[in-house]
Design a binder for this molecule. Structure first.
Ligand code: KIV
Length: 284
């Protein structure tokens, strides 16, 4: 097992200063976190996308704080050193600044997260500021924000028109001024992402389907490995078709059980002959 130093905000900002890219992935469970730790991923997001990828909901809206805490704890056990971000689920921060601070605090106290992420722009700046003032590093999320998928008209690119792009740029400034250490841009045109990245002064920008010019990249783990059966977003490069490998293995298992070719002696445990004879005597 490879050991690495704990990633801190200082580590992340020094990468930005040195022009090095930041790597970020979603993760929802212990074994995947273990692999991501071994691969040296810098930032890990326990996204509320787990509602879709792990729990099979149609959207992220039914996900609760308790769901998020349980998965974040499992991920932390697998990755002691990544910068771990808990994603604030639907209605855990929208109602008030107080609800935002309390629920952000749960990620830190109960799941040992390093930071939280919340969706929304200027209208969420007071929640962002409240959380940051409470001493909790917070990341913003603009562009396609899945918790507002109904209002946004579906999972589609945001900011293609000049006015909408300007609004996203203004929202990014508002979040930065509220103290966000980073902003995720999801499905925003590459040129808009570049402008926001160039203008970021006290925070760094992560791109999810928003082009190559941000300070780092994020992908949804399940999209990378063909593990989400409902759809494959255009922005997700498949780095390995684990879904097909797993399916082939499952079919082979079923066939071998039916054919009596599984299990083989190496897959079971035997008993010494004398003990077995003794057992038979005990049964007489
Ligand atoms: O929940 C999540 O995984 C996210 C990503 C879509 C960025 O918020």
């Amino acid at each position: 097992m490879t050991e690495r130093k704990k990633i801190t905000l200082r580590t992340l900002f020094s990468k930005v200063t040195n022009g090095e890219q930041i790597t970020m992935l979603t993760c929802y469970d212990y074994p995947t976190a273990h692999f991501q730790e071994q691969a040296g991923i810098h930032m890990i997001l326990v996204g509320d996308s787990l509602g879709m990828t792990m729990l099979g909901y149609e959207t992220t809206l039914p996900v609760t704080m308790d769901d998020m805490i349980r998965h974040s704890q499992a991920v932390r056990r697998g990755t002691p050193n990544a910068w771990l971000i808990g994603d604030m689920p639907y209605m855990s921060y929208q109602p008030s600044v107080e609800s935002a601070i309390r629920n952000a605090g749960r990620f830190m106290a109960e799941a040992d997260c390093d930071a939280i992420k919340l969706e929304g722009g200027a209208e969420m700046a007071d929640r962002m500021a409240g959380i940051v003032d409470a001493g909790i590093p917070a990341m913003g999320h603009l562009g396609l924000t899945p918790q507002s998928v109904s209002a946004l008209g579906g999972f589609r690119v945001q900011g293609k028109g000049a006015l909408q792009a300007k609004k996203i740029m203004d929202d990014a400034k508002a979040l930065e001024e509220a103290g966000a250490f980073s902003i995720l841009l999801e499905m925003v045109p590459d040129r808009v992402c570049k402008l926001i990245t160039e203008r970021a002064e006290n925070c760094f920008i992560i791109s999810l389907g928003s082009g190559p010019d941000a300070h780092g990249q994020l992908l949804i783990y399940h999209d990378m490995f063909g593990l989400y059966p409902r759809f494959k977003p255009r922005m997700a490069k498949v780095f390995g078709d684990a879904g097909q490998v797993i399916l082939a293995g499952l079919k082979q298992y079923a066939q071998e059980v039916i054919d009596h070719t599984f299990p083989q002696p190496e897959n079971w445990f035997s008993m010494p002959d004398d003990e077995y004879d003794e057992l038979l005597k005990l049964l007489d």
